[in-house]
Design a binder for this molecule. Structure first.
Ligand code: NAP
Length: 241
């Protein structure tokens, strides 16, 4: 019997990178997984892909009503992005709204909507970042958003105390995904350089962390997992060959 047989999981941001790998990993362990993203056509079977824009309350409500109708055991909030790698002087109203709406409000909204459906033994996993633990230059908005994810995770841990629902933040360092392509607004060359001369982690490495957290015995809550590429000690410090 697989570890997650009979469990139902929702994974946001399941069309790419960490969310996609996590959704597949949960499915391999026997869970029925419903993945959400704005590009659901990129979500591969056996994960059921459904349209979800976490910045749009109506989209979130529709998604949760369909995906959690028969109860829910695991919510993985992986949808997220950064925009730009510039000094805060260059920040714009639009970028601030997009990053904070996606990474913070979207994650909070999905958690609030899913909570009433979570069965006893349920688990919420938030995708944080080492950016939510230590600031680095020219990433103010992203850093702010991930500090908020960390704050929200620990605040909710307090409110859930005494209930049989677990909560974890997984805080990765450098993972090679489409993240940098999005951050640099499609500039492939700049995105490629982020992973040049360093063995970054893979989305599968992070999926393993999520799997570890959700397969502990019910009395064990993994509060946080911090994982970095071996050649990285912080958001600002990476040794490249
Ligand atoms: P990615 O490959 O670009 O994946 C991002 C995912 O988020 C995509 O599936 C995207 O789907 C989804 N998404 C973005 N906006 C959305 C919205 N409004 N509604 C629904 N889904 C949305 O990047 P990734 O590296 O896997 O990032 C996943 C998470 O890991 C993020 O929270 C990121 O902050 C975090 N993280 C990444 C790294 C890293 O080095 N890569 C390190 C630490 C933490 P659609 O575009 O189809 O909507």
């Amino acid at each position: 019997m697989a570890a997650l047989d009979g469990k139902t999981a929702i994974v946001t941001g399941a069309s790419s990178g960490i969310g996609a790998a996590t959704a597949q990993a949960l499915a391999r362990e026997g869970a029925t997984v419903i993945g959400g993203a704005r590009r659901p056509d990129l979500i591969a079977a056996p994960v059921a892909g459904r349209v979800l824009d976490v910045t749009d309350p109506a989209s979130c409500e529709r998604f949760v009503a369909g995906a959690a109708a028969n109860g829910l055991d695991i919510l993985v909030n992986a949808a997220g992005l950064a925009l730009g790698r510039d000094s805060f002087d260059q920040s714009t109203e639009d970028d601030e709204q997009t990053v904070l709406e996606t990474n913070v409000n979207g994650l909070i909204r999905m958690t609030r909507l899913c909570l009433p459906h979570l069965r006893d033994g349920g688990h919420i996993v938030n995708m944080g970042s080492i950016a939510g633990r230590q600031a680095y230059p020219n990433g103010a908005l992203y850093v702010t958003s991930k500090f908020a994810v960390r704050g929200f995770t620990y605040a909710l841990r307090e409110d859930l105390l005494g209930r049989p629902i677990r909560i974890t933040t997984v805080d990765p360092g450098l993972v090679e995904t489409d993240f940098s392509r999005v951050r640099f607004r499609g500039d492939e060359e700049t995105a490629r350089k982020v992973y040049e001369g360093v063995e970054a982690m893979t989305p599968g490495d992070i999926a393993e962390c999520v799997l570890f957290a959700v397969t502990r015995p019910p009395h064990v809550n993994v509060d946080e997992l911090v994982v970095k590429a071996l050649a990285q000690s912080s958001g600002a410090r990476i040794i490249r060959t």
